[in-house]
Ligand binder design. Structure first.
Ligand code: BMA
Length: 328
């Protein structure tokens, strides 16, 4: 077993909170809401940033609303009305709302794929929609039946098939899986990508994908959340792993400790305390700065920045090839 001492301290943290945090909160919204959090993110063709935010209304149900900004930090232009509402008449799986979108730009389709949680009587499932402009959406309906969430599409086919990362709840536990499809509608080839650890670990029992994996020459660099159950509730933290580019179910490296957890007032408080929950990121024009957008305390959206090079470097020092439990 490796020694768990960590020379990383506050001054050499991997993720740096933006001084403007939280960058979006309910008071910024053009209509009355309870909270805004867990946003998907992408760069648009003109280089501006789009966040597709989860909005919880004052009934407790969620929908999605787009916010656009030239610099990805402030000056947000928020759609005056909801951008994507649940449509339970045609999609009954959306009866209790739609949540936690992850956005992937798909060059082959010249469209953005939005994977989101649809919530209904059967529990949370994974739904998919395609869009060119975040104004009109082509819904594919539920593509992974309940209980399943935390999904994102990879940007291109692997071995001729589309690949979706997701987190089904099974009798084996809440692990990260990958599935394949010829047409985005019919899915199979299911494989476990990475298992939650057990016992005292920070990512014991329940893990899930954060934002879509980042393609690097070394592999798919992947932020994931781990949930530690405690006597006073759940602690949502963020960890790091690297997967093989052509065989994404093969975990090349997995970090031992979390790299980001709730520390500030807006992360430790809110409707659900002690939650940091990234669903989206963008890469700055320098090719190295990762802008990570995360829901804080299920109440607002915040931004943390990291260097891609430093993240990979950290994994080289703190990672082990340990996707599956046998290696943990
Ligand atoms: C998870 C998801 C997230 C939420 C988190 C903390 O299970 O439902 O949407 O942010 O719990 O409440």
């Amino acid at each position: 077993m490796t020694l768990a001492t960590d020379s990383t301290n506050a001054t050499d943290a991997l993720l740096h909170r933006h001084p403007a945090n939280p960058i979006l909160a309910s008071k910024d919204w053009p209509y009355r809401i309870n909270s805004v959090f867990n946003a998907g993110a992408t760069l648009l063709a003109d280089g501006s940033t789009l966040l597709l935010c989860r909005i919880e209304d004052r009934r407790g149900l969620s929908h999605l609303c787009a916010a656009r900004s030239v610099n990805g930090v402030d000056g947000w232009k928020i759609d005056p009305t909801p951008t994507l509402m649940p449509n339970p008449d045609e999609y009954p799986e959306e009866l209790w709302g739609i949540e936690d979108p992850r956005i992937t730009y798909v060059p082959e389709l010249q469209q953005y794929a939005v994977a989101y949680t649809s919530y209904s009587k059967g529990g949370p499932g994974v739904s998919l929609a395609l869009t060119k402009d975040f104004r009109s959406f082509e819904r594919y309906g539920v593509i992974m039946s309940p209980d399943d969430k935390d999904a994102a599409l990879l940007p291109y086919r692997i071995g001729g098939l589309w690949a979706l990362i997701h987190r089904p709840m099974t009798s084996l536990g809440a692990h990260i899986w990958i599935s394949y499809s010829p047409d985005l509608s019919h899915w199979g080839g299911h494989r476990v990508m990475m298992e939650a650890r057990k016992g005292a670990w920070w990512d014991a029992n329940k893990i899930g994908l954060c934002s879509p994996p980042i393609e690097t020459p070394r592999g798919w660099l992947t932020l994931y959340h781990g949930v530690r159950q405690t006597a006073s509730g759940s602690l949502y933290r963020v960890g790091l792993a690297l997967f093989d580019l052509q065989k994404p179910d093969v975990c090349l490296l997995r970090g031992d400790s979390w790299i980001f957890g709730a520390e500030t007032d807006y992360e430790r408080g809110g409707d659900v305390h002690d939650v940091v929950f990234p669903c989206g990121h963008t890469i700055s024009p320098d090719g190295d700065t990762v802008n990570i957008y995360y829901g804080a305390g299920d109440s607002c959206i915040a931004l943390a920045q990291a260097s891609l090079r430093s993240l990979l470097n950290w994994l080289d020092h703190k990672g082990e090839p340990s996707g599956l439990e046998r290696n943990c």
